[in-house]
Design a protein around this ligand. Structure first.
Ligand code: ADP
Ligand code: MG
Length: 383
């Protein structure tokens, strides 16, 4: 996390005396991929990488926000159209979402910086939205709950960044707790905190540093294929509203009507929800090795049935799988690039990172990036 002192030097130089400090983290998702929009389960946790923010009301109608990382200051007023600086639209979006809920946010000065890798699949954008949503709610005593703040961040991302994300990222950034994962039901939005503080195991992310261009078209196609699966199921089971309502025998019954491709996509989603629920049971029993096997199975499903992996991700998972000390590994996020998430023993961590990096570089010509993460607290006030 970026130290508040660092933020404060910039704040003092620009805006004078100090304000309040807040932070909000990025997130990982241990298992439950592509299940959110099928109204299933996800298992994210907030991480020890965050946006840190200093903010103070300025007794005007203007918002003055300085991004330390981009060395860029933006001034805007409520109701303004999208800003040319992409980063500032997340802040404008959050302010405007408060406005549209009848909270007329007074002017403020703010300085922020972060250590969540940008665009690496750890949701730096949700960290940014959650930091501002949490801070504004606290600073002006609006009394909104964490779920409402997550929804503000999600709508800001939809309307001001043009990304039609689910609620997982903002939910995790706001609700996270140290040493706990969040089992989130994407249909009811109910959640349960699952203890996850394995003494001998570490969570390591290995970033392929690639993003294949078909990611967004394939993403939309997967959503359509899942909808097609639901339509086929509804012929026999009228109560089915999403793949959340389906089980494997039901899929088999409708297999012919769906066709093999749609069947495979649906099978992955149904199995992934089962794996997640089984995995949560294993975590509660403290069996991290068995949980890791569910992660490998998740990756196999994403690769062969859902078909959203790529050579770079497969290579990292296959390499890690051969190394003693790896409990589990899988691609994390939408696919076609981004990171793998690995559950590795403390003793094997360095070897796994070194072997995966070497082997990846040999095959693909560039080194992957490595991030160690610890499951940590969500958005909070620091002073
Ligand atoms: P991800 O959320 O996976 O990290 P996104 O593309 O959704 O990737 O969000 C990244 C964008 O969020 C950045 O391009 C920038 O506009 C904004 N952002 C995130 N972190 C920071 C930061 N520390 N400073 C300024 N802008 C940031
Ligand atoms: Mg994002």
């Amino acid at each position: 996390m970026v130290a508040p002192e660092k933020i404060h030097s910039a704040f003092a130089a620009r805006f004078g005396s100090g304000g309040r400090f807040y932070c909000a983290p990025g997130r990982v998702n241990l298992i439950g991929e592509h299940t959110d929009y099928n109204l299933g389960f996800v298992l994210p946790g907030a991480i020890d990488k965050a946006i840190t923010l200093e903010i103070r009301p300025n007794n005007s109608n203007a918002y003055r926000v300085y991004s330390l990382d981009y060395d860029d200051e933006v001034r805007f007023a409520a109701g303004e159209a999208k800003l040319p600086q992409a980063w500032a639209n997340y802040v404008l979006g959050v302010v405007m979402e408060f406005h549209s809920r009848c909270f007329g946010v007074p002017g403020f000065d703010a300085v922020f910086a972060g250590d969540v890798p940008l665009g690496g699949g750890l949701s730096s954008s949700a960290a940014l939205e959650s930091a501002f949503a949490f801070a504004i709610n606290d600073l002006f005593n609006y009394g909104l709950g964490k779920l409402e703040l997550a929804q503000i961040g999600q709508s800001a991302e939809h309307k001001y960044a043009g990304v039609r994300c689910g609620i997982m990222d903002q939910f995790a950034s706001l609700h996270g707790e140290q040493g706990k994962l969040i089992q989130l039901d994407c249909r009811s939005l109910e959640h349960e905190m699952i203890p996850f503080a394995p003494a001998d195991w570490r969570v390591v992310l290995i970033d392929t540093h690639v993003k294949h261009s078909l990611a967004s078209s394939e993403y939309n196609q997967r959503r359509e294929q899942c909808e097609a699966g639901v339509k086929a199921l509804q012929k026999r089971h009228t109560h089915v509203k999403s793949l959340r309502d389906a089980d494997l025998p039901m899929l088999e019954e409708s297999r012919r009507e769906m066709g093999e491709t749609v069947f495979s996509r649906c099978r992955y989603v149904v199995e992934e929800n089962i794996r997640l629920l089984r995995g949560v049971g294993l975590l509660k029993a403290g069996d991290f090795t068995a949980f890791g096997k569910e992660m490998f199975a998740s990756h196999a499903g994403l690769r062969h049935l859902y078909a959203v992996s790529c050579d770079e991700l497969d290579h990292l998972v296959d390499t890690a799988a051969q190394l003693p000390g790896t409990a589990g590994a899988r691609m994390m996020g939408g696919g076609f690039g981004g990171c793998t998430i690995n559950l590795v023993s403390e003793a094997a961590r360095e070897t796994v990172i070194a072997r995966c990096s070497e082997s990846f570089e040999k095959k693909f010509g560039h080194k992957p990036l490595v991030y160690d993460v610890v499951i940590s607290d969500g958005a909070r006030r620091l002073s």
